[in-house]
Design a protein around this ligand. Structure first.
Ligand code: 13P
Length: 254
């Protein structure tokens, strides 16, 4: 059984003070233990949010990580630094691929670095609108998944979280349909996992949908057995909408 997971990617939003208030409101409003909840604040808010979450079941994640443990990499944050605070780290988000030119090889090294230090990667994959319109969704998602995970052992792979985030659905208010997300996840994400690591790993990895998720549309995704939850952007910035998504997920998966 895979535990449902709802992760909030705050992106470049919330000061430490604002993040603390948001995390406190989420902690106080949380009414389920069946859904695992992960908050991914910007680096500068991580210690403050960590303090608010002490003693709760809510987990912390970072939004990026470097592949080396230490050294002359100005502006970067290493997995050794993160593991004092976080259990999870988002790797390969499309905004990092697009604006910061992260490629599959960098993403592969980041996944390995995270695992080396006991951080759980939330690996993001997804096609652009042009790729979708060219009929390339399947090959893009399969290739991104394969290249990020090459060299992992089946045991390492089984602990991963993968988020399928079609780029055209991110921040646009235009979510994928549940049927579309289900098809891509089952056939191209889990299918690639099965090719690489076998059916047991393909069944054990948690796979999320991301892209314009709201309390109103979350059930459409999580009612499908292959979709274990969501990676939420905009709607994770308000306690009310984020809690709505969590509670709808608990209901749908019950
Ligand atoms: P939105 O929920 O704002 O579309 O963002 C999705 C996302 O990119 C989460 O990582």
């Amino acid at each position: 059984m895979r535990q449902p997971l709802i992760a909030g990617n705050w992106k470049m939003n919330k000061t430490a003070t604002e993040g603390q208030a948001l995390a406190r409101a989420i902690r106080e409003g949380l009414q389920t233990q069946t859904v695992e909840v992960v908050l991914c604040p910007p680096f500068t808010a991580i210690p403050a949010v960590h303090a608010v979450l002490q003693g709760s079941s809510i987990r912390l994640g970072a939004q990026n990580v470097h592949w080396e443990d230490a050294g002359a990499f100005t502006g970067e944050i290493s997995p050794v630094m993160l593991k004092e605070w976080c259990q999870y780290v988002i790797i390969g988000h499309s905004e990092r691929r697009q604006y910061f030119h992260e490629d599959d090889e960098m993403i592969r090294r980041k996944v390995l670095a995270a695992l080396r230090h006991g951080l759980i990667p939330i690996l993001c994959v997804g096609e652009t609108l042009a790729q979708r319109e060219a009929g390339e969704t399947g090959t893009v998602v399969a290739t991104q998944t394969r290249r990020a995970l090459e060299g992992l052992s089946p045991e390492q792979a089984a602990g991963l979280v993968i988020a399928y985030e079609p780029v055209w659905a991110i921040g646009t208010g235009r979510a994928a349909t549940g049927a579309d997300a289900e098809e891509v996840i089952q056939r191209w994400v889990r299918g690639t996992l099965e090719e690489l690591f076998g059916p047991e790993v393909a069944r054990r990895v948690r796979v999320l949908y991301g892209g314009s998720v709201t309390p109103e549309n979350i059930a459409e995704f999580v009612c499908r057995p292959t979709i274990d939850g969501a990676l939420v952007g905009g709607a994770s910035l308000k306690a009310e909408t984020f809690l709505g998504i969590i509670h709808e997920t608990a209901r749908a998966k019950a």
